[in-house]
Design a protein around this ligand. Sequence first.
Ligand SMILES: [Zn+2]
Ligand SMILES: [Zn+2]
Length: 128
Amino acid sequence: MIKSEPRERSTRQRRAIRNVFETADRPLAPDEVLAAVQRSGAGGSLATVYRSIRAFIDEGYLTSVELPGTGAFYEIAGKTHHHHFSCLKCRRVYELEGCLPSETLRLPRGFRAVAHDLTVFGTCASCR
Ligand SMILES: [Zn+2]
Ligand SMILES: [Zn+2]
C-alpha cells in the first residue's frame, strides 16, 4: 500500500481550502471551510483547517473578520472597503457592497472620523 506523504497531503488540503475561499465570495467560518473541503474530496479535520487558515493569515492571503456576537470568520485579505451582513438564522456572513453616506452620522463639533465599522444583522434570502 502506498502511503501519501504528509507534506503532499497538506499541500492538497491547502490548495482545496484556497479554492473554497476563491469560490465562496463571502467570509467563511472554519466549520464551513471544513464542510466545503470535505465535499471536494480533499478530506481533513477542523485542526488542519485551523492550521491552514493560520498559515494563510501569516502569508497575508487571509484576514480575520471581527463581527460582534459571532465566532471567527475569515476572508481573502486586501479587499476594498466593505461591510458585512450577519444572518441571525443560518449564521452565515455575507459581504455587502456600498457604504453609509458620511452625512448619516453626525459627529460632534471638532470630531474627525478616520474609520468606521458597520455590521448589518438580519435574515438572508435563503432563510426568509
Ligand atoms: Zn441565512
Ligand atoms: Zn463603510
